[in-house]
Design a protein. Structure first.
Length: 517
């Protein structure tokens, strides 16, 4: 309501005064500045002698002013030129200041159409940076034309990276949209492209692929209005891709629980789950507790989709503090249409997510009834207390002897757990660089055959980085990413990896969620 009042007030202020309107000149009558009465100003009739005297006085005044102008004309012209130059510089400095401000950041992301229409940038204002977007859109096809035989639209992702002395620029083109990442960090091209892939995923989720594909027929279409007001998830995704292993691992985080506790949760799910849903999740603010499957649906449960839902939870406070029923595109299910996502949290350590292909309000009430019944059960049985203990323990430091940080990826289930990593909001520059280091090793690992065991050790003066893939435990395969606090022998490293695998086999711990059964 306040915004409406302000807008009306501005409109009223911008309305022209009726006395200034040429159409109303005949209707305007003179009024007294004191009484406001009409027609009290008398018409003054002057004689010819009086008029001649006034004219002679005006002529002499004009001559005197001309003399003064002749003397001071040069000074006034110089002062005027200086004022004009200051004014023009002040206008120019708006854009210069905007471009200078984005250079202060160590990284940035830009999203724009191939026609140069700005959509989003992480730091800076899209409107003031329009010339930069136009430069990007003109430069990228031109560079590609030298290498791809002018077949820009056949192989638009031929250009991957532009390197500078202390700067790296990575380009990704998808669905008539260009994504650009600029960074001063030591990040690999593959890592930056994965970050841009997640930004594209978020874009599709916000406006669906139908709108993006419409750019093929109308390249000059400005879709920024479709994103207006929805920038929060894009801003949050720009941060999360650097503050979570989920991006480069292409897996979703799960919370380690006691096996009996996880079993009790699934029993409660079976008793209280609704009839009509695609699939559901039991979650904390940052991890998955359980996957709710519908046997009648052949659901595609993709790690990027789950990470996308977490991004909405992080970026929109309504998802954390209210019962929400939101139309969202889930690209792993469909890129063309909006689905409805139900999210409701009891507290930061326990919440329910349901994904539905129906938009009927009756479905919402069914989900609400299911969630409230589940909340009542976990409180009555004191399960919520155990969940809070396990959840708070996730980010507490653990003494793992030589290991200062560990990430374990279940390659069969596309899930991961971690030790001695802080919450994403508490990441420091050291943690961001650590993830970049792990990603570099993991990308090298992925370039080799999945059937072979991959083992890589990088030693420094005070630290050792290890990646070991294709560790088998039962029917599952794992990848270990470790940082050790000292330079140790390979025999000791192998022993450490074996000890971690033994921990994975403990029947009391349910480290991962079996979604393949």
């Amino acid at each position: 309501m306040e915004e409406e009042k302000d807008s009306k007030m501005i409109i009223n202020e911008l309305k022209p005064d009726p006395e200034d309107d040429p159409e109303n000149q005949d209707q305007v009558v003179s009024k007294s500045p004191v009484t406001g009465d009409e027609g009290i100003f008398p018409t003054i009739v002057k004689s010819k002698e009086e008029e001649e005297e006034e004219n002679s006085e005006e002529a002499s005044a004009i001559l005197n002013s001309k003399k003064r102008l002749d003397v001071n004309s040069l000074e006034e012209s110089e002062e005027g030129a200086q004022e004009e130059s200051k004014a023009s510089f002040s206008k120019l400095s708006i854009d210069v200041t905007e471009e200078d401000s984005i250079r202060e950041h160590a990284y940035n992301y830009f999203i724009f159409t191939l026609a140069g229409k700005p959509i989003f940038c992480r730091f800076g204002d899209e409107f003031h940076l329009s010339p930069m977007f136009a430069t990007f859109s003109a430069m990228i096809p031109k560079i590609l034309s030298f290498y791809s035989n002018n077949e820009f639209y056949k192989d638009r992702n031929f250009l991957r990276c532009i390197r500078g002395k202390k700067l790296k620029c990575v380009v990704l083109i998808k669905s008539q949209i260009c994504y650009v990442a600029i960074t001063k960090y030591k990040e690999t091209t593959s890592y930056l492209r994965q970050q841009l892939e997640y930004l594209h995923l978020q874009m599709v989720s916000l406006i669906t692929n139908q709108i993006l594909e419409s750019l093929k027929e109308r390249p000059n279409l400005d879709i920024r209005n479709s994103v207006a007001g929805l920038e929060k998830p894009l801003h949050m995704m720009s941060e999360m891709v650097k503050r979570s292993p989920a991006c480069f691992l292409n897996a979703f985080p799960v919370l380690t629980l006691h096996s009996l506790l996880r079993k009790d949760l699934y029993q409660l799910i079976e008793e209280n789950k609704p009839n009509d849903f695609y699939y559901g999740l039991l979650v904390t603010y940052t991890t998955v507790l359980g996957v709710i499957e519908n046997k009648e649906e052949d659901a595609m449960i993709c790690a990027p989709d789950i990470n996308l839902i977490f991004n909405y939870i992080h970026s929109l406070s309504s998802f954390r503090h209210e019962e929400t029923w939101t139309p969202i595109c889930i690209p792993g299910i469909t890129e063309e249409f909006l689905l409805h996502v139900y999210v409701y949290f009891l507290n930061p350590h326990f919440g329910v997510v349901y994904i539905s292909t129906s938009d009927q309000i009756d479905v919402f009430y069914e989900y609400s009834k299911s969630a409230k019944a589940l909340f009542s059960e976990v409180q009555e049985l004191k399960i919520i207390n155990h969940l809070e203990n396990w959840s708070t323990r996730l980010y507490q430091p653990i003494d793992m002897k030589e290991i200062t940080c560990a990430i374990i990826r279940n390659d069969t289930l596309d899930q991961f757990i971690h030790y001695n990593l802080p919450k994403p909001r508490d990441y420091t520059q050291e943690h961001v660089e650590l993830l970049a280091r792990f990603e570099e090793m993991y990308s090298r690992c992925c370039s080799f055959s999945n059937k072979k065991t991959f083992y890589l050790v990088e030693k420094e003066e005070y630290e050792t980085y290890v990646i070991h893939r294709n560790h088998s435990v039962g029917s599952f395969k794992f990848t270990l990413l470790l940082r050790l606090n000292e330079s140790i022998t390979e025999k000791q490293i192998h022993q450490i990896c074996d000890d971690l695998l033994i921990d994975l086999k403990q029947p009391k711990k349910s480290l991962f969620i079996n979604t393949k059964s």
